[in-house]
Write a protein that binds this ligand. Structure first.
Ligand SMILES: *[C@@H]1O[C@H](CO)[C@@H](O)[C@H](O)[C@H]1NC(C)=O
Ligand SMILES: *[C@@H]1O[C@H](CO)[C@@H](O)[C@H](O)[C@H]1NC(C)=O
Ligand SMILES: *[C@@H]1O[C@H](CO)[C@@H](O)[C@H](O)[C@H]1NC(C)=O
Ligand SMILES: *[C@@H]1O[C@H](CO)[C@@H](O)[C@H](O)[C@H]1NC(C)=O
Ligand SMILES: *[C@@H]1O[C@H](CO)[C@@H](O)[C@H](O)[C@H]1NC(C)=O
Ligand SMILES: *[C@@H]1O[C@H](CO)[C@@H](O)[C@H](O)[C@H]1NC(C)=O
Ligand SMILES: *[C@@H]1O[C@H](CO)[C@@H](O)[C@H](O)[C@H]1NC(C)=O
Ligand SMILES: *[C@@H]1O[C@H](CO)[C@@H](O)[C@H](O)[C@H]1NC(C)=O
Ligand SMILES: *[C@@H]1O[C@H](CO)[C@@H](O)[C@H](O)[C@H]1NC(C)=O
Ligand SMILES: *[C@@H]1O[C@H](CO)[C@@H](O)[C@H](O)[C@H]1NC(C)=O
Length: 370
């Protein structure tokens, strides 16, 4: 067996050329499938705060680093001195922009001081292009420090809002009021966007709508520096002439198909051969234990070698109950020639057992194989 360079499959000893052909094909297919086409775009270059921040591109714009036409109104971002991306909401102040999903058109924001509940207490999205995809109503409770005397009150205090002598909770309004300690005061009802453990808020935007462009791999942006029309830069490959596209489809598709088929056939044959071997191996012990199943008749010389006896007048046999030939079911008569199978000492008419042993190499009575 030889192993092939580009695939971890084990090939049988095929002809050299066949293997070479498969290798080259597979290599080309892999190359073509994984090579990312390079794109050149007339749109703005994406920017980032630091090295790990989210990539900033249309409709967002990094103030000071990308020109005005690179972003949409209300989507201006900046970097703070810790290389975090900062989003300023007109009514609610600055938040850290943690993640941008350009296809879902969603962002995740968090509080720079990591106390999102405090920000939620006066959160107002008016004046910004963002809104909550869905909201939940919460009641904030301010409880004196004996709140945990009440075992049935199962909420976890919002630590950054709580103090030594009081704890603040956010409780889903729709959840039952049962177990709320009597010393708790309802301080506020708020409708807050989808949150993650009170660490991040998820907001979405509708305008400008670039989902289609983004999901096709294109780049969204203003068509011209002064215009307000939004366009989508060509996704990779769509600018190629029709013939080139067909060429690529045929060039990749057919060899790819051939390669896949070849691999599939080969794998199948490998599995088949393997399971066949397994099968044979597993059957071997069975053969030695139950030879009856497979063994056919014995050879003439072996049959002739079995001891014969001529029955005397007394018809006496070692076992007195053996007075009938089990094959022809006829009683033994004096002077008849009997044959015995040495391994088990059973007697038969010589003619009967000869015929039987030619067909079946087992004792007719006890099925031992001589
Ligand atoms: C911010 O990023 C720049 C370059 O990416 C790096 O030189 C600088 O040290 C970073 N600052 C901090 C506080 O991480
Ligand atoms: C949000 O701010 C706007 C503008 O200041 C105001 O009109 C609106 O009532 C505020 N909404 C809430 C829920 O406070
Ligand atoms: C939240 O409360 C407002 C009124 O205060 C109500 O209109 C809205 O349906 C409530 N939302 C949920 C999810 O209960
Ligand atoms: C909760 O109540 C305590 C006094 O009982 C007060 O000092 C604190 O500011 C209150 N917290 C909030 C978030 O209202
Ligand atoms: C908490 O309560 C104790 C006494 O009950 C008081 O001495 C202390 O000043 C209070 N602490 C605060 C931060 O209010
Ligand atoms: C509150 O929950 C109850 C069931 O627990 C449900 O029937 C009701 O519709 C819910 N109300 C809201 C506003 O979600
Ligand atoms: C504990 O919860 C029950 C049920 O809501 C309430 O009646 C009781 O007053 C609470 N106990 C305290 C110490 O707040
Ligand atoms: C919050 O809403 C509940 C009913 O859902 C109401 O009983 C309570 O007075 C409200 N609290 C505030 C501070 O608005
Ligand atoms: C954009 O507008 C400015 C003046 O507002 C003008 O000078 C410039 O030529 C315009 N550019 C284009 C590409 O139309
Ligand atoms: C041989 O005889 C035995 C017992 O009579 C039977 O089970 C077996 O199938 C026979 N074998 C053949 C090959 O006929």
């Amino acid at each position: 067996m030889d192993t092939v360079l580009f695939f971890p499959f084990i090939f049988q000893r095929n002809s050299r050329w066949k293997r070479f052909f498969i290798n080259v094909l597979c290599f080309l297919v892999v190359l073509l499938l994984f090579a990312q086409p390079t794109t050149s775009s007339s749109f703005c270059k994406p920017a980032k705060c630091g090295s790990s921040g989210p990539p900033i591109r249309f409709p967002f714009r990094l103030k000071g680093r990308q020109s005005v036409h690179c972003g949409y109104l209300g989507f201006d971002l900046s970097c703070n001195n810790q290389n975090q991306t900062v989003l300023n909401l007109p009514q609610s102040g600055e938040f850290i922009l943690d993640h941008i999903d350009y296809i879902e058109q969603a962002i995740s924001i968090k509080d720079p001081d990591l106390c999102l509940p405090k920000r939620i207490l006066n959160f107002n999205l008016s004046g910004s292009p963002f809104h909550a995809s869905y909201t939940r109503n919460y009641t904030f409770l301010n409880c004196s420090s004996d709140w945990n005397d009440n075992a049935s009150f199962q909420f976890v205090p919002l630590l950054c809002l709580s103090g030594k002598n009081h704890s603040v909770f956010a409780m889903n309004l729709n959840s039952s009021d049962q177990g709320v300690p009597a010393t708790c005061r309802r301080i506020m009802n708020v409708s807050i966007p989808q949150y993650q453990q009170f660490v991040e808020l998820r907001l979405i935007w509708n305008e400008p709508g670039c989902e289609d462009c983004e999901s096709r791999g294109g780049m969204c942006g203003f068509k011209s520096e002064n215009g307000s029309d939004i366009g989508c830069s060509s996704p990779p490959n769509s600018g190629l002439p029709r013939i080139a596209k067909y060429g690529i489809i045929i060039g990749i598709g057919i060899p790819g198909l051939v390669c896949m088929l070849g691999l599939a056939c080969h794998t199948c044959s490998q599995i088949w051969t393997f399971s066949l071997r397994q099968h044979e191996n597993s059957e071997l012990p069975t053969i030695s234990q139950q030879p009856v199943v497979r063994v056919s008749g014995l050879d003439g010389p072996i049959i002739d070698s079995y001891p014969k006896t001529m029955l005397g007048e007394s018809r006496r046999l070692p076992n007195p109950n053996d007075d009938t030939c089990p094959i022809c079911l006829a009683e033994y008569q004096p002077k008849e020639i009997l044959k015995t199978i040495p391994e088990c000492n059973h007697y038969f008419h010589s003619a009967c057992i000869d015929e039987w042993l030619m067909l079946n190499a087992t004792c007719h009575v006890c099925r031992t194989s001589p």
